[in-house]
Design a protein around this ligand. Structure first.
Ligand SMILES: Nc1nc2c(ncn2[C@@H]2O[C@H](COP(=O)(O)OP(=O)(O)OP(=O)(O)O)[C@@H](O)[C@H]2O)c(=O)[nH]1
Ligand SMILES: O=C([O-])CC(=O)C(=O)O
Ligand SMILES: [Mn+2]
Length: 682
C-alpha cells in the first residue's frame, strides 16, 4: 500500500552502544542488553519511543530465568507481588534463595500428590522440577480489573474498513473506529513523557512456536514489570526473535504504558500505578501497531493476546486467507482410539478454559489441550483446516476453578504462576469463590481488596474476573503436539454462550453457511471479563465482538468464503451449558460431563444417524446423548419453545441487519431468512 502510514514514527537521530542519545532527552542508559546488535528496524522503534516516552533507562529483555528473578525481586521488594509459599513444591536454588529468603525445604502440595497418584500424571507435575519458581499473588488497583471495551479502538483512514455501514438506528457495538485526527489528539495528551522516571522494557516475543510458518513476531515496549512477567508466561519471549527479524524485519509494534510518569502526584493503590481515567487502547492494523495506555489488566496490557493475536491478526488473516479466532483447541480421543480435534468459541468467561482441559467422565475417553483462548487456523493444500495456539500460557478465570471442576487447570498453576486479584489464605495459598470445599472452613483469608475475611462472611474473597497466569506446558494434559509448527487438524467448530433459557444443550448446523449464521447469532449474558454490569444478554457474534480488527460484515464474508471446492469443511455445532430451570439452577451439570456432548458430536462426525432435524438445526435423537449416571431431564435440556425462538430469530435478524447494515453478506441474510421461515412454521 502506497499511502503514508498513520501515526508514523519518523526516523530520529540516535546513537547506540551503552546508551541511546535522543533529541529530547540526551543520554538514556541501556540498563541491560546490547542495543547495537538489535535489528535496525527495532533500534529505530526503540529510539523513537525513547525520545517520546522519556524513560529513565532501556532494558532489553532476553527471556532468561535470571531476568525473571531480577524482576520478581524488585516487585517483591516493592510489594506488588507476594510469594505464595504453600505451593513452593520444589527446592529453591541458592540463587533464588538469596532473592526470596525462603526455606530450603521441599513442600509438595498434598492435592497435587494425590492427583498424581489417582490419575497417573507423569512425574514432571509435582516436586521434581528443581529450579522452578514459586507462585505469586498480585492485587491491582481495584479500578483496573477488566478489559475496557469502551476505550478500545481501531484506527484506519477509511472508517468503513473498520466498522460496517450500519443502519441509522444502529447502536454500533461491532467494532469501535477512531479517526486519525482524533487519534492524534488522544495520543498527544497521553504519550509524551509518560514513562518519565520509569524503566522501559523491550520484549521480543513470538506468537506461535518460534520459527513456525504460522507464527508471527511482536516487540512490546512497556513500563510495567508485572506485564513483562506475564508476557514471559503468555508468549515466547526470546532473543531468537532478533535473529528471525534479521531475515524478515516484519513485526507487530506493541507499546504499553501504565501512564504514571514520575513524579506521580496521585495516590498509588496496592503498589499498582495505573491511570484508569485515561485508559486508551488503539490498534493500527495497516501499520501493524498497538498502543495501550493506562491499564495493567491482562486483556489491556499483554498485547500479544487480544490486541495482536485477535485484532491485528484478524486483519492479517483477512489479507492472507486464514482465520484468527477466539477459540480453544482440544483433542478428544475416543474409546476406539481415534482422535478428533475441536475448536470452540465462547465469549469471555463462558467456559473455554474449562472445556479445553476437561477431565472426561465417560469411560475410555481422554482429552488433551492444545490451547484455551485463541486459535490461528488455515486450510492446508490438502484441504484440511489446521490450527495452532499462538499463546504459550493460560490467562484463566480463577473463580469457579477447583479440583472438581477443573483439576487440570489446578495442576497447571501449582508453580511458576501469577494470581491477580484473588484472596490469600493465612497459610500462604490462593483462594477464590468455588474453593469452599478445598480449604479449612476457619481459614483466615485476606480478600483481593486486602480485608480480613472468612468463608460465610458477606462479600467476596476474589474479584469475579480474578485470573491465574500459568505456563501451558505445566498442564498435565497438554497435547504432545501443542507446539507442532504445522498445527493440528480441526474436525469441528463449536459456538456457545450463556443462554439461561430456550437454547438446547447442543445442536448441529445443516451446512457451512448455516453454521456461519449460527456463529453470527451467538449471544451471551454479560460477564465480569469486561466493564459491563448486570446479567444482560448481549450479542457476541463468533465470540469476537470485542476483538474484531476490521469491518464485521467483511469478516462474516471472510468466514463464508472459507468454503471452497476441495476443502474439508468442519461441522459446526452450538452448545449451551448454562440453561437454568425455574429455580435458576443449571439443568446441565457441565464441566467433565460435557464429554457427553462431545461424544455426540463425534458420533455425528463419524456419520451416525443420531440426529433429528429441527428448524434451528440437527438436535440429538432422544437417548443419543449418553446420560447414564447423571440425573437430568431430557426435555428440560432440549425443548425448543416456539415463542422463544420466534422472538429470538426476529431479534437476531434485526440486530445483524441494523448493525451490519449494507455490509451484511447476501448469503448470510438468506440463511437468517430461511431460519426465520422454518421457525415460524414450527
Ligand atoms: N455451569 C457451568 N459453568 C461453567 C462451565 N464451564 C465453565 N464454567 C464457569 O464459567 C466461568 C468461566 O469459565 P472459563 O473456562 O474460564 O471461561 P473462558 O471462556 O475461558 O474465559 P476467558 O478467559 O475470559 O476467555 C468459570 O467460573 C467456570 O467455572 C460449565 O460447563 N458449566
Ligand atoms: O482478554 C482478557 O482479558 C481475558 C480473556 O481471555 C477474555 O476476556 O476473553
Ligand atoms: Mn478469552
Amino acid at each position: 500500500m502506497s499511502e503514508k502510514p498513520l501515526d508514523q514514527e519518523p526516523d530520529i537521530p540516535f546513537y547506540e552502544v551503552h546508551e541511546v542519545i535522543v533529541p529530547h532527552l540526551g543520554h538514556v542508559p541501556i540498563a541491560k542488553g546490547d542495543f547495537a546488535r538489535l535489528p535496525r528496524e527495532v533500534q529505530k522503534f526503540i529510539a523513537f519511543y525513547t525520545d517520546q516516552l522519556r524513560p529513565r533507562g532501556i532494558y532489553i529483555c532476553d527471556g532468561s530465568e535470571e531476568e525473571a528473578h531480577e524482576v520478581i525481586h524488585k516487585l517483591l521488594e516493592r510489594g506488588t507481588l507476594e510469594v505464595l509459599p504453600k505451593y513452593e513444591n520444589c527446592y529453591i536454588s541458592l540463587n533464588q534463595k538469596k532473592h526470596y529468603e525462603m526455606k530450603m525445604i521441599p513442600i509438595v502440595s498434598k492435592k497435587v500428590k494425590s492427583l498424581k497418584k489417582a490419575r497417573g500424571v507423569p512425574g514432571t507435575l509435582a516436586g521434581v522440577s528443581v529450579y522452578s519458581c514459586p507462585s505469586y499473588i498480585c492485587r491491582t488497583d481495584p479500578a483496573d480489573v477488566a478489559r475496557v471495551e469502551g476505550k478500545t479502538y481501531v484506527c484506519t483512514r477509511d472508517k468503513h474498513e473498520t466498522v460496517p455501514n450500519s443502519r441509522p438506528d444502529a447502536k454500533g457495538g461491532l467494532g469501535q473506529w477512531i479517526s486519525p485526527e482524533e487519534l492524534d489528539k488522544e495520543l498527544a495528551e497521553r504519550w509524551p513523557g509518560c514513562m518519565a522516571g520509569r524503566m522501559m522494557y523491550v520484549i521480543p516475543f513470538s506468537m506461535g512456536p518460534i520459527g513456525s510458518p504460522l507464527a508471527k513476531i511482536g516487540v512490546q515496549l512497556t513500563d510495567s514489570n508485572y506485564v513483562l512477567l506475564c508476557m514471559r508466561i503468555m508468549t515466547r519471549v526470546s532473543p531468537k526473535v532478533w535473529e528471525i527479524l534479521e531475515e524478515n524485519p516484519e513485526f507487530v509494534k506493541c507499546v504499553h504504558s501504565m501512564g504514571c510518569p514520575r513524579p506521580w502526584r496521585k495516590k498509588v493503590i496496592n503498589h499498582w500505578p495505573c491511570n484508569p481515567e485515561k485508559v486508551f487502547i488503539v490498534h493500527l492494523p495497516h501499520e501493524r501497531k498497538v498502543k495501550s495506555f493506562g491499564s495493567g489488566y491482562g486483556g489491556n496490557s499483554l498485547l500479544g493476546k487480544k490486541c495482536f493475536a485477535l485484532r491485528i491478526a484478524s486483519v492479517q488473516a483477512r489479507d492472507e486467507g486464514w482465520m484468527a479466532e477466539h477459540m480453544l483447541i482440544m483433542g478428544i480421543t475416543t474409546p476406539a482410539g481415534k482422535e478428533y480435534f475441536v475448536a470452540a468459541a465462547f465469549p469471555s468467561a463462558c467456559g473455554k478454559t474449562n472445556l479445553a482441559m476437561i477431565k472426561p467422565t465417560l469411560p475410555g475417553y481422554s482429552v488433551r489441550c492444545v490451547g484455551d483462548d485463541i486459535a490461528w487456523m488455515k486450510f492446508s493444500d490438502d484441504g484440511q483446516l489446521r490450527g495452532i495456539n499462538p499463546e504459550s500460557g493460560f490467562f484463566g478465570v480463577a473463580p469457579g476453578t477447583n479440583w472438581k471442576t477443573n483439576p487440570n487447570a489446578m495442576a497447571s498453576f501449582q508453580k511458576n504462576s501469577i494470581f491477580t486479584n484473588v484472596g490469600k489464605t493465612a497459610d500462604g495459598g490462593f483462594y477464590w469463590e468455588g474453593m469452599e470445599d478445598e480449604i479449612d472452613k476457619d481459614m483466615e483469608i485476606t480478600t483481593w481488596l486486602g480485608d480480613k475475611w472468612k468463608i460465610g462472611m458477606p462479600g467476596k474473597a476474589a474479584h469475579p474476573n480474578s485470573r491465574f497466569t500459568a505456563p501451558a506446558n505445566q498442564c498435565p494434559i497438554i497435547h504432545p503436539r501443542w507446539e507442532d509448527p504445522q498445527g493440528v487438524p480441526i474436525h469441528a467448530l463449536v459456538f456457545g454462550g450463556r443462554r439461561p433459557t430456550g437454547v438446547p444443550l447442543v445442536y448441529e448446523s445443516f451446512d457451512w453457511p448455516h453454521g456461519v449464521a449460527v456463529g453470527a447469532s451467538v449471544k451471551s449474558e454479560a460477564t465480569a471479563a469486561a466493564e459491563f454490569t448486570g446479567k444482560k444478554i448481549m450479542h457476541d457474534p463468533m465470540a469476537m465482538r470485542p476483538f474484531m480488527g476490521y469491518n464485521f460484515g467483511h469478516y462474516l464474508q471472510h468466514w463464508l468464503d472459507m468454503e471452497k471446492p476441495g476443502r474439508k469443511m468442519p461441522k459446526i455445532f452450538h452448545v449451551n451449558w448454562f440453561r437454568v430451570d425455574d429455580k435458576g439452577q443449571f439443568v446441565w451439570p457441565g464441566f467433565g460431563e460435557n464429554i457427553r456432548v462431545l461424544d455426540w458430536m463425534i458420533q455425528r462426525l463419524e456419520g451416525k444417524d443420531v440426529a433429528v432435524e429441527t428448524p434451528i438445526g440437527y438436535l440429538p435423537k432422544k437417548g443419543s446423548i449418553k446420560t447414564e449416571g447423571i440425573n437430568i431431564n431430557w426435555d428440560d435440556i432440549f425443548t425448543l419453545p416456539k415463542d422463544y425462538w420466534v422472538d429470538d430469530i426476529k431479534e437476531t435478524k434485526k440486530f445483524l441487519e441494523t448493525e451490519v447494515g449494507d455490509d451484511m453478506p447476501k448469503a448470510l441474510k438468506e440463511q437468517l431468512e430461511k431460519i426465520e421461515q422454518r421457525i415460524n412454521k414450527m
